[in-house]
Design a protein. Structure first.
Length: 268
């Protein structure tokens, strides 16, 4: 056998071995990326449903408090206020209670009264966010309004209660709640100069009961960082599989070529 033929066969064996070795590595990486992206997407989908359920449960407490105070609506403030203050003191979740009549707040446990706290009593939305009110400087109030004909009750709590619900989702997702034109998320709200990034695997859903919108998504670059970390963990194993696969192929190839050479030599 000529030297050129031996060299050509060796080069072919090397290239084939390299190609065969890369197949399990490339396949493993593609499967990893596919499964990883599916996992992120599924996490976003499940978290969206759980967030709506969790926030609804939180707002249910405001609804229940308003329901308890509803019999006082329409009665004189001098009579009702003591009962409202006691209810606020007894329920840790509550920040304040107010009574309305004909779309006007006439009795409020907030100091100063809610009339100065920019609460839109005429709004159709049952839940509103109030920012930087005199009663809670630099804070966010979440106010729920329960109506019955021309009477109503407004129950409010701190926005921190909703933020705590959102912070329970420790999956890397950014969850944002929209109440009409305003929003709140775990680390900020509408007063921030820009909204948080939610560009990757973005999903949105709406509460049928309270009308707010939940938006979920991973920040820009999150998926790439996660893939990079997984790659560092799985690449050594894939490389080992590739080396073993290539070695078996290389050994089998030369064994086959050796048999052919022996057969050719006998015939000659």
């Amino acid at each position: 056998m000529s030297k050129f033929r031996v060299l050509g066969r060796s080069m072919m064996a090397l290239l084939l071995t390299l190609a065969i070795s890369l197949i399990p590595v490339a396949s493993g990486l593609m499967v990893m990326v596919y499964q990883h992206d599916n996992k992120l997407k599924e996490t976003a989908r499940v978290s969206l449903k759980e967030a709506i359920f969790s926030i609804d449960m939180s707002l249910n407490r405001l609804h229940d408090a308003a329901l308890v105070a509803m019999p006082l609506a329409g009665s004189a403030c001098e009579t009702a206020k003591a009962h409202l203050l006691k209810q606020v003191q007894d329920v840790r979740y509550l920040r304040a209670l107010a009574l309305t009549a004909d779309g006007r707040i006439y009795c409020d446990t907030l100091v100063p009264p809610r009339a100065k706290n920019r609460f839109a009593t005429g709004s159709e939305a049952p839940v509103q966010l109030i920012f930087d009110s005199p009663a809670a400087p630099n804070a966010v109030l979440v106010a729920y309004q329960l109506r019955r004909e021309n009477l109503g009750v407004i129950a409010s709590t701190y926005g921190m209660e909703l933020r705590n619900e959102l912070r329970a989702f420790q999956t890397g997702l950014v969850l944002l709640l929209e109440f009409q034109d305003f929003y709140i998320w775990a680390d900020g709200d509408s007063r921030d100069p820009a909204r948080p990034s939610q560009s990757e695997f973005f999903m949105t859903g709406k509460s049928d009961k309270y009308g707010y919108t939940v938006k979920v998504g991973y920040p820009d670059g999150f998926a790439a960082d996660e893939r990079r970390q997984m790659l560092m963990q799985i690449l050594p194993s894939l490389a080992l599989i590739g080396i073993i696969t290539g070695s078996i192929f290389y050994w089998g190839l030369f064994r086959q070529w050796g048999k052919r050479d022996c057969t050719a030599a006998r015939k000659a």
